[in-house]
Design a protein around this ligand. Sequence first.
Ligand SMILES: *Cc1c(COP(=O)(O)O)cnc(C)c1O
Length: 458
Amino acid sequence: MELPFSESYKIKMVEPIRRSTRQEREQWIKDAKYNLFNLKSDQVFIDLLTDSGTGAMSDRQWAAIMMGDESYAGASSFFNMKNAIKNILGFDYFLPTHQGRAAENVLFSVLVKEGDYIPGNSHFDTTKGHIEFRKAHAVDCTIDEAANTELYHPFKGNVDPAKLEKFMAEHSSKVPFIIVTVTNNTAGGQPVSMECIRQVRAIANKYNKPVVFDSARFAENAYFIKMREKGYESKTIKEIVREMFSNADAMTMSSKKDAIVNMGGFIAMRSEKLHQECSVFNIMFEGFITYGGMSGRDMNALAVGLDEGTEFSVLETRIKQVEYLGEKLKEYGVPFQFPSGGHAIFVDANRVLPNIPKEEFRAQTLGIELYLEAGIRGVEIGAILADRDPETRENRYPKLELLRLAIPRRVYTNNHMDVVAAALKNVFDRRDQIKKGFCVTWEAPIMRHFTIHLERAK
Ligand SMILES: *Cc1c(COP(=O)(O)O)cnc(C)c1O
């Protein structure tokens, strides 16, 4: 008999979680103004809000924490991080930041000016926020296949080179750089192929522009390249990672994703000049250049996490768990972005709740229903997240209304995935009884999804 797949780790420490009653959850979510971000964590049974900073660190990472050097300047922890970035990603220069959006803030303070255009593949919300905050524009050049959740494409996160080329031909004078997000979070944790990365590099070279990778899930991207792209089957993840980054001039990183730490980020770059320019803003916003908002112990854990996170067995365990949940949902007929992504399942709310007006937020409605059903917390990736147009202030309605179920690294077992799948099946089976969505009662002027207040539509 062929042996089944199992996790590449065993568990040394556990944290209790608690079930609740539907009645309790009705009250809690109402008190939370129907915003899942406003729930207390002990009001949640299985928390799939995000895979960001929610992973379980390894014994090696905890050991590294004990060896953290908390010197203000020149800490050995800084050099551990520097060596890991040089060896694994290939960049000579880097600046620590407290998380990914801080890296964007520092880098964009140098590179982005009012009126600029930054083309790329479905910019992440904070990336777009930092671009629009500077009165510049994010231009989405993702392939059209990404918007069809039923269609199989091995690299649904790809930039469409024809769209990019056309945009560059018309507007390149206003483009400071091209951004590639690996994996493409917004499109469903979908990977970008090495072929696409090379095509983007060639277009950037033609117009003499730098390429920046938004790299939060670069290792998951490398795993998909190994599994799906011809010529990479027998390469190691670390070899693929090096090749990916050899096409980038700079990168921003949210280490809370593929570096498997609870907090941290960085910017890495090839140019000494860019490093110098960014240093000014790093010192202003984040901290001195050898800690940038991170403690020494956290930099140590990050250095180990970069190494572990680019090991095949770690990625295989993780992505197979996401696939496992996807397979269950397929069995139950629940529609989701197919194939399943690296870090999450994105349930297609347009197809689950087509009778709810899009103005009443289909994905948010599905998220609330799933919470009420079983205390499972996902997150809306739809019209609330898409926010208003910064100029017209009109609501933006994206093609996709998705409920993202992000799976923390090394945290839940497949039994938890079974509960998630069954709960979603129950909601899906009673979808015709769900007739009303939600209305906004208060929202912030930018990145409203984090703090929005909602009420049930009348
Ligand atoms: C998480 C994320 C960010 C922002 O990072 P934070 O650490 O949350 O600030 C940027 N880009 C992508 C693709 C991300 O997934």
